[in-house]
Unconditional design. Sequence first.
Length: 298
Amino acid sequence: MNETLKLYGDIKEHADLKCLNTYRIAGKARLLLSPYSINDLINTIKILRENNVKYFILGNGSNIILNDREYDGAIIRLNNLNGIEIHKDMQMAYAEAGAMLPKLSLESINESLTGLEFAAGIPGTVGGSIYGNAGAYNSCILDYVSSVTVLDEKLELKVLEHEDIQYSYRTSMFKEEKKYIIVAAKFYLKSGDKENSLETIEDRRVRRLSSQPLEYPSAGSVFRNPDGDYAGRIIEACNLKGYKIGGAEVSEKHANFIINKNNATGKDIYNLINYVHDTIKEKTNVDLVIEQEFIDWE
Protein backbone atom coordinates (compact mmCIF):
# COMPACT_ATOMS: atom_id res chain seq x y z
CA MET A 1 0.00 0.00 0.00
CA ASN A 2 2.76 2.48 0.88
CA GLU A 3 4.36 1.96 -2.55
CA THR A 4 1.04 2.64 -4.23
CA LEU A 5 0.50 5.83 -2.25
CA LYS A 6 4.16 6.96 -2.41
CA LEU A 7 4.13 8.13 1.18
CA TYR A 8 7.00 9.92 2.89
CA GLY A 9 8.91 9.14 6.09
CA ASP A 10 8.99 6.01 8.23
CA ILE A 11 6.07 3.77 7.22
CA LYS A 12 4.61 0.72 8.96
CA GLU A 13 1.56 -1.28 7.88
CA HIS A 14 -0.83 -2.97 10.35
CA ALA A 15 1.19 -1.43 13.15
CA ASP A 16 0.83 -2.36 16.82
CA LEU A 17 -0.12 0.71 18.88
CA LYS A 18 0.23 -0.78 22.36
CA CYS A 19 3.45 1.10 23.14
CA LEU A 20 2.16 4.31 21.56
CA ASN A 21 -0.61 5.03 24.09
CA THR A 22 -0.20 5.35 27.83
CA TYR A 23 -3.21 3.13 28.60
CA ARG A 24 -1.26 0.38 26.78
CA ILE A 25 -4.32 -0.65 24.78
CA ALA A 26 -3.41 -3.23 22.15
CA GLY A 27 -4.81 -1.40 19.14
CA LYS A 28 -3.57 -1.47 15.58
CA ALA A 29 -3.42 0.93 12.63
CA ARG A 30 -3.65 0.17 8.95
CA LEU A 31 -0.81 2.67 8.46
CA LEU A 32 1.56 4.27 10.95
CA LEU A 33 3.52 7.15 9.46
CA SER A 34 6.38 9.21 10.90
CA PRO A 35 7.37 12.02 8.52
CA TYR A 36 11.00 13.16 8.67
CA SER A 37 10.23 16.81 7.93
CA ILE A 38 7.39 19.31 7.61
CA ASN A 39 7.55 18.87 3.83
CA ASP A 40 7.16 15.11 4.30
CA LEU A 41 4.14 15.80 6.50
CA ILE A 42 2.57 18.11 3.92
CA ASN A 43 3.15 15.71 1.03
CA THR A 44 1.90 12.74 3.03
CA ILE A 45 -1.36 14.46 3.99
CA LYS A 46 -1.90 15.58 0.39
CA ILE A 47 -1.60 11.98 -0.78
CA LEU A 48 -3.88 10.67 1.97
CA ARG A 49 -6.52 13.26 1.09
CA GLU A 50 -6.27 12.52 -2.64
CA ASN A 51 -6.84 8.83 -1.90
CA ASN A 52 -9.61 9.41 0.67
CA VAL A 53 -7.60 7.79 3.46
CA LYS A 54 -8.66 9.09 6.89
CA TYR A 55 -5.91 10.11 9.32
CA PHE A 56 -5.21 11.68 12.65
CA ILE A 57 -2.14 13.13 14.33
CA LEU A 58 -0.90 11.21 17.38
CA GLY A 59 1.27 12.80 20.07
CA ASN A 60 2.53 10.63 22.91
CA GLY A 61 -0.87 8.93 23.25
CA SER A 62 -1.18 10.23 26.82
CA ASN A 63 -4.71 11.59 26.65
CA ILE A 64 -6.52 9.24 24.27
CA ILE A 65 -8.56 6.03 24.33
CA LEU A 66 -8.04 3.86 21.26
CA ASN A 67 -10.58 1.46 19.86
CA ASP A 68 -9.66 -2.24 19.96
CA ARG A 69 -10.35 -2.70 16.26
CA GLU A 70 -7.73 -1.72 13.70
CA TYR A 71 -7.85 1.94 12.75
CA ASP A 72 -8.73 1.82 9.06
CA GLY A 73 -6.58 4.74 8.01
CA ALA A 74 -3.27 6.42 8.78
CA ILE A 75 -1.98 7.47 12.18
CA ILE A 76 0.67 10.15 11.80
CA ARG A 77 3.30 10.60 14.49
CA LEU A 78 5.46 13.71 14.60
CA ASN A 79 8.15 12.07 16.73
CA ASN A 80 10.83 12.91 14.16
CA LEU A 81 9.92 16.60 14.39
CA ASN A 82 11.40 16.95 17.86
CA GLY A 83 13.87 19.84 17.79
CA ILE A 84 14.29 22.12 20.82
CA GLU A 85 16.14 25.45 20.96
CA ILE A 86 16.64 27.44 24.16
CA HIS A 87 17.53 31.12 23.81
CA LYS A 88 18.54 32.25 27.29
CA ASP A 89 19.37 35.81 26.27
CA MET A 90 15.89 36.26 24.74
CA GLN A 91 14.13 34.34 27.58
CA MET A 92 12.52 32.21 24.91
CA ALA A 93 12.28 28.56 23.90
CA TYR A 94 11.34 26.99 20.57
CA ALA A 95 10.16 23.42 20.16
CA GLU A 96 8.78 21.30 17.36
CA ALA A 97 5.50 19.51 17.93
CA GLY A 98 7.01 16.06 18.45
CA ALA A 99 9.36 17.14 21.23
CA MET A 100 8.48 15.80 24.66
CA LEU A 101 7.20 18.41 27.09
CA PRO A 102 9.30 17.22 30.08
CA LYS A 103 12.44 17.50 27.95
CA LEU A 104 11.53 21.07 26.98
CA SER A 105 10.90 21.88 30.64
CA LEU A 106 14.24 20.49 31.81
CA GLU A 107 16.27 22.03 28.99
CA SER A 108 14.74 25.41 29.83
CA ILE A 109 15.54 24.97 33.51
CA ASN A 110 19.14 23.97 32.69
CA GLU A 111 19.48 27.39 31.08
CA SER A 112 18.06 29.03 34.25
CA LEU A 113 14.75 29.88 32.62
CA THR A 114 11.59 29.50 34.68
CA GLY A 115 7.92 29.01 33.80
CA LEU A 116 7.65 25.42 32.62
CA GLU A 117 8.36 23.64 35.91
CA PHE A 118 4.71 22.51 36.03
CA ALA A 119 5.22 20.65 32.73
CA ALA A 120 8.08 18.42 33.89
CA GLY A 121 5.69 15.64 34.90
CA ILE A 122 3.30 15.82 31.94
CA PRO A 123 4.05 12.86 29.63
CA GLY A 124 2.96 14.54 26.40
CA THR A 125 4.45 16.06 23.30
CA VAL A 126 4.58 19.80 22.78
CA GLY A 127 1.96 19.56 20.01
CA GLY A 128 -0.39 17.33 21.96
CA SER A 129 -0.04 19.46 25.08
CA ILE A 130 -0.91 22.65 23.20
CA TYR A 131 -3.81 20.87 21.46
CA GLY A 132 -5.38 19.97 24.83
CA ASN A 133 -3.94 22.93 26.77
CA ALA A 134 -2.31 20.54 29.23
CA GLY A 135 -1.56 21.81 32.67
CA ALA A 136 -0.88 21.17 36.34
CA TYR A 137 -0.44 23.14 39.56
CA ASN A 138 -2.74 25.94 38.38
CA SER A 139 -0.68 26.52 35.25
CA CYS A 140 -1.43 25.62 31.64
CA ILE A 141 0.85 25.40 28.63
CA LEU A 142 -0.88 28.00 26.48
CA ASP A 143 -0.26 30.69 29.09
CA TYR A 144 3.42 30.41 28.15
CA VAL A 145 3.08 30.15 24.38
CA SER A 146 4.04 33.26 22.42
CA SER A 147 3.21 31.76 19.01
CA VAL A 148 2.26 28.48 17.34
CA THR A 149 3.30 27.45 13.83
CA VAL A 150 0.58 25.40 12.17
CA LEU A 151 -0.50 23.90 8.88
CA ASP A 152 -3.86 25.33 7.91
CA GLU A 153 -6.61 23.56 5.99
CA LYS A 154 -4.78 24.26 2.70
CA LEU A 155 -1.61 22.73 4.21
CA GLU A 156 0.09 26.11 4.20
CA LEU A 157 2.34 27.18 7.08
CA LYS A 158 0.90 29.89 9.27
CA VAL A 159 2.05 31.52 12.51
CA LEU A 160 -0.62 32.20 15.13
CA GLU A 161 0.36 34.75 17.76
CA HIS A 162 -0.73 34.30 21.38
CA GLU A 163 -3.59 36.77 21.00
CA ASP A 164 -4.93 34.77 18.03
CA ILE A 165 -5.28 31.57 20.08
CA GLN A 166 -8.49 30.86 21.98
CA TYR A 167 -8.14 28.50 24.91
CA SER A 168 -9.52 27.68 28.31
CA TYR A 169 -9.12 25.04 31.01
CA ARG A 170 -7.91 21.80 29.37
CA THR A 171 -9.03 22.73 25.86
CA SER A 172 -8.13 24.98 22.95
CA MET A 173 -9.28 26.06 19.51
CA PHE A 174 -7.02 23.35 18.10
CA LYS A 175 -9.00 20.65 19.90
CA GLU A 176 -12.43 22.18 19.36
CA GLU A 177 -12.17 23.10 15.67
CA LYS A 178 -9.43 20.79 14.32
CA LYS A 179 -8.63 23.28 11.53
CA TYR A 180 -4.91 23.29 12.18
CA ILE A 181 -2.03 20.87 12.61
CA ILE A 182 0.49 22.12 15.16
CA VAL A 183 4.09 21.79 13.96
CA ALA A 184 6.05 24.04 16.37
CA ALA A 185 5.73 26.68 19.07
CA LYS A 186 7.64 29.46 20.78
CA PHE A 187 7.46 29.97 24.54
CA TYR A 188 8.16 33.08 26.56
CA LEU A 189 9.89 32.40 29.86
CA LYS A 190 11.65 34.35 32.62
CA SER A 191 15.09 34.26 34.19
CA GLY A 192 15.10 32.00 37.22
CA ASP A 193 17.23 29.96 39.56
CA LYS A 194 18.06 26.48 38.26
CA GLU A 195 18.41 24.88 41.70
CA ASN A 196 15.09 26.30 42.92
CA SER A 197 13.35 25.02 39.81
CA LEU A 198 14.86 21.53 40.21
CA GLU A 199 13.79 21.45 43.87
CA THR A 200 10.23 22.37 42.84
CA ILE A 201 10.16 19.57 40.27
CA GLU A 202 11.50 17.00 42.72
CA ASP A 203 8.99 17.99 45.41
CA ARG A 204 6.13 17.62 42.94
CA ARG A 205 7.48 14.29 41.67
CA VAL A 206 7.44 12.87 45.20
CA ARG A 207 3.89 14.17 45.73
CA ARG A 208 2.70 12.59 42.47
CA LEU A 209 4.19 9.23 43.43
CA SER A 210 2.29 9.28 46.71
CA SER A 211 -1.05 10.47 45.30
CA GLN A 212 -1.30 9.06 41.75
CA PRO A 213 -1.34 5.43 40.54
CA LEU A 214 1.79 5.78 38.40
CA GLU A 215 2.54 2.07 38.77
CA TYR A 216 -0.30 1.24 36.34
CA PRO A 217 -0.93 2.37 32.76
CA SER A 218 -3.35 5.28 32.60
CA ALA A 219 -3.86 8.54 30.76
CA GLY A 220 -3.89 10.84 33.77
CA SER A 221 -6.99 12.71 34.85
CA VAL A 222 -10.10 11.40 33.12
CA PHE A 223 -12.46 14.31 33.85
CA ARG A 224 -11.95 18.06 34.04
CA ASN A 225 -12.44 19.54 37.49
CA PRO A 226 -15.77 21.37 37.68
CA ASP A 227 -15.75 24.96 38.90
CA GLY A 228 -14.99 25.11 42.59
CA ASP A 229 -14.64 21.36 43.06
CA TYR A 230 -12.55 18.34 42.14
CA ALA A 231 -13.68 15.48 39.92
CA GLY A 232 -11.75 13.01 42.09
CA ARG A 233 -13.57 14.13 45.23
CA ILE A 234 -16.98 13.75 43.57
CA ILE A 235 -16.15 10.29 42.20
CA GLU A 236 -14.85 9.14 45.57
CA ALA A 237 -17.93 10.53 47.35
CA CYS A 238 -20.08 8.36 45.08
CA ASN A 239 -18.15 5.27 46.26
CA LEU A 240 -16.70 4.50 42.82
CA LYS A 241 -13.10 3.98 43.87
CA GLY A 242 -12.09 0.45 42.91
CA TYR A 243 -15.06 -0.05 40.59
CA LYS A 244 -14.05 -2.36 37.72
CA ILE A 245 -15.20 -3.21 34.23
CA GLY A 246 -13.08 -5.96 32.71
CA GLY A 247 -9.43 -5.08 33.22
CA ALA A 248 -10.13 -1.37 33.80
CA GLU A 249 -10.50 0.06 37.30
CA VAL A 250 -11.21 3.39 38.98
CA SER A 251 -7.99 3.87 40.93
CA GLU A 252 -8.08 3.33 44.69
CA LYS A 253 -5.27 5.90 44.95
CA HIS A 254 -6.85 8.73 42.96
CA ALA A 255 -10.50 8.51 41.89
CA ASN A 256 -10.02 10.67 38.77
CA PHE A 257 -7.63 8.09 37.32
CA ILE A 258 -8.80 5.01 35.46
CA ILE A 259 -6.06 2.42 35.27
CA ASN A 260 -5.35 -0.57 33.10
CA LYS A 261 -5.23 -3.00 36.01
CA ASN A 262 -5.30 -6.28 34.12
CA ASN A 263 -4.97 -6.26 30.32
CA ALA A 264 -7.88 -3.88 29.85
CA THR A 265 -9.29 -3.43 26.38
CA GLY A 266 -10.23 -0.10 24.89
CA LYS A 267 -13.86 -1.15 25.34
CA ASP A 268 -13.30 -1.78 29.06
CA ILE A 269 -11.93 1.73 29.54
CA TYR A 270 -14.57 3.31 27.30
CA ASN A 271 -17.39 1.59 29.22
CA LEU A 272 -15.92 2.45 32.63
CA ILE A 273 -15.47 6.14 31.81
CA ASN A 274 -19.04 6.37 30.61
CA TYR A 275 -20.32 4.42 33.63
CA VAL A 276 -18.59 6.83 36.01
CA HIS A 277 -19.86 9.84 34.07
CA ASP A 278 -23.45 8.59 34.03
CA THR A 279 -23.40 7.54 37.69
CA ILE A 280 -22.14 10.96 38.80
CA LYS A 281 -24.76 12.69 36.66
CA GLU A 282 -27.53 10.53 38.14
CA LYS A 283 -26.42 10.86 41.77
CA THR A 284 -25.24 14.47 41.90
CA ASN A 285 -26.51 16.11 38.70
CA VAL A 286 -22.90 17.13 37.95
CA ASP A 287 -22.14 16.65 34.25
CA LEU A 288 -18.42 15.89 34.35
CA VAL A 289 -16.57 16.80 31.15
CA ILE A 290 -14.36 14.02 29.83
CA GLU A 291 -10.83 15.37 29.41
CA GLN A 292 -9.56 12.40 27.42
CA GLU A 293 -10.39 11.85 23.77
CA PHE A 294 -11.96 8.77 22.21
CA ILE A 295 -10.33 7.94 18.88
CA ASP A 296 -12.41 6.22 16.17
CA TRP A 297 -15.36 5.20 18.38
CA GLU A 298 -18.10 6.35 16.03
